[in-house]
Design a protein around this ligand. Structure first.
Ligand SMILES: [Zn+2]
Length: 552
């Protein structure tokens, strides 16, 4: 059976887009409540109110909610359960400038964009009538809408399900994933309460062509992961008049960036897929204002995508690069000094700089060995106070401040050093290799569903093995071994005070993931648009078939 769901999913998408739900605004709560009310109107949830909830996110600095719903099948006695997931928040709309008022109104926005004449591709897509524009249309309200349709369908036909379906419309995907992390708690509770056996998660986040001629649609098993290797660099300050008397941390950071950014040796490769190499997301010194003294310390961090590399492997690579970079700068400053001495007739003596590189774990342990509890208790309280004083402080800044405090107050040896740590949320990569029955079942069920739906579209639907963007799918499974995770915990200064990776909760779910999501172009741009036929009709049908194949 092929569902004729185009009009209904289109209508739902339009409604959802019209509710501005920019991340970290009250719109997230409005949108969650709207979805809650949608389910609440359905007979099934009137009869089973305990299967629907509006869950406020936990440990969050603003008030926002997830909407979580469950349909329990009546076809058999299986407790196998599939999780549908989609985020209800969007990125901001500042980029729309004076078009902001139409950011959520597809028709008006299309007229404005057409007048702006933004290029052939955009004009063609507007004129074709195949696309819906607007913030969140592609990323990913059309995906949430499709899942709402599926939930409604099965709520009316629970007799078709030998097992259960849970749908999570989650807040805060675009920022700090408070939504999905909070939802894990409910998934764990329901698992125990209803004796559920989770077998798969289906995300519906967006997909997009890889290049202009790319006509393929993509279904992704698994997902890419992300780390944020970060570097705290201390030098030795000096007056500009005595340039060789110090070691400039900005120079070391510049060399780190040169060795890390776009370095294809750092790409992760698996199943014939290759990650984009790292890129710098911050590079700054810690000098508060202008003086003619060089900086005392600087820091930088880099986006790092992974497929199968563990946090430990990434840390090992960063230690090597930091050592190389430090060596390069020691040589460079000595060579410069030598040449300067020759030019000016001074006697050259080798500068005192020695390469000194730590992981945060090693640096912390060194201080703990020297100072014992006095240090470990102090720094933990420092972190707790810092968090309490300013709960919304950026996680990157927070992490850096813990290291800065440790260095300034507790390190007796003040010779220049690099300290490497991780300072963002951990997005685990998930590899689906067919190594257990759950993975095999999911791959087969989705593959069959794609074959069926392929007859209803003239564009090839292609399978790939890693969803290529950061998404909440990363919270559905954990594949790192104990050593890999220890490298993460030990090297995150914010661990246990401002940040906790919910390892136990994830282990309670631990399912293979697939992304059966919306298709369109220019996510996060003003020309964001979703392809309607594929996203409103083909995608819900692939999801529907996959569910039936797994729980039919
Ligand atoms: Zn998204």
């Amino acid at each position: 059976m092929y569902l004729r769901c185009y009009d209904e999913v289109k209508g739902l998408t339009k409604d959802l887009v019209q509710i501005p739900s920019v991340v970290k605004t009250s719109g997230e709560a409005h949108c969650a409540k709207w979805i809650y009310n949608y389910y609440n109107e359905l007979d099934y949830f009137k009869q089973n109110p305990e299967h629907l909830m509006l869950q406020q996110t936990l440990n969050d600095e603003i008030e926002r909610y997830n909407t979580i719903s469950m349909v329990r099948g009546t076809k058999g006695s299986s407790n196998r359960t599939i999780i549908l997931m989609g985020h209800l928040d969007t990125v901001g709309v500042e980029d729309f400038g004076d078009m902001e008022e139409n950011a959520f109104n597809s028709e008006e926005l299309m007229k404005q964009l057409r007048n702006l004449n933004l290029g052939e591709d955009v004009n063609r897509d507007i004129d074709s009538g195949d696309y819906m524009f607007g913030r969140g249309a592609l990323d990913m309200k059309a995906g949430v809408a499709g899942q709402m349709y599926i939930m409604k369908y099965f709520s009316q036909h629970p007799d078709l399900l030998d097992g259960n379906l849970i749908a999570i419309a989650e807040a805060d995907e675009e920022d700090n994933s408070h939504g999905i992390i909070s939802a894990l708690k409910i998934l764990k509770e329901w698992k125990e309460l209803y004796d559920l056996e989770y077998i798969a998660a289906i995300n519906a986040d967006y997909s997009t062509p890889y290049h202009e001629e790319d006509e393929n649609r993509y279904i992704y098993f698994g997902t890419i992961g992300k780390l944020l290797p970060s570097f705290y660099v201390t030098g030795k300050e000096t007056h500009v008049g005595q340039a060789y008397g110090g070691l400039d941390p900005n120079l070391i950071v510049a060399e780190l960036t040169r060795n890390i950014e776009l370095n294809t040796d750092l790409c992760d490769e698996s199943h014939g897929e290759v990650t984009i190499p790292p890129i710098s997301l911050k590079q700054s010194d810690l000098k508060p204002g202008y003086t003619v003294q060089t900086a005392l310390a600087a820091y930088s961090y880099y986006n790092y995508f992974t497929l199968t590399m563990s946090p430990k492997e990434v840390m090992d690579k960063m230690l090597d690069i930091a050592t190389l970079s430090f060596d390069n700068i020691v040589n460079f400053t000595n060579n410069s000094y030598k040449t300067y001495c020759e030019k000016s007739g001074h006697t050259y003596t080798r500068l005192p700089w020695v390469t000194r590189v730590y992981s945060w774990e090693d640096f912390y342990n060194e201080l703990a060995t020297i100072h014992g509890d006095r240090y470990t208790v102090y720094i933990r309280n420092f972190a707790l106070d810092l968090h309490e004083q300013n709960p919304s402080m950026d996680l990157r800044e927070f992490s850096m401040k813990i290291i800065d405090e440790s260095w300034k107050k507790w390190s007796d040896d003040k010779s220049p050093a690099i300290i490497i740590y991780f300072s963002s949320l951990y997005y685990a990569s998930i590899e689906i290799s067919g190594q257990d029955k759950q993975e095999v079942d999911l791959i087969q069920s989705v593959t069959k569903a794609i074959h069926f739906v392929q007859d209803y579209t003239d564009k090839p639907i292609v399978k790939k093995m890693f969803y290529p963007y950061i998404s909440d799918s990363s919270f559905m499974a954990i594949s790192d071994d104990r050593e890999g995770l220890r490298a993460l915990e030990g090297n995150m200064p914010a661990w246990g005070t401002k940040y906790n990776h919910p390892i136990e909760e994830i282990k309670a779910i631990n399912v293979p993931v697939v992304n059966i999501g919306t298709y369109g172009k220019d996510g996060h741009k003003i020309t964001e648009r979703v392809h309607m036929k594929y996203s409103f009709e083909n995608i819900p049908n692939i999801t529907f078939k996959a569910i039936k194949n797994l729980l039919g």
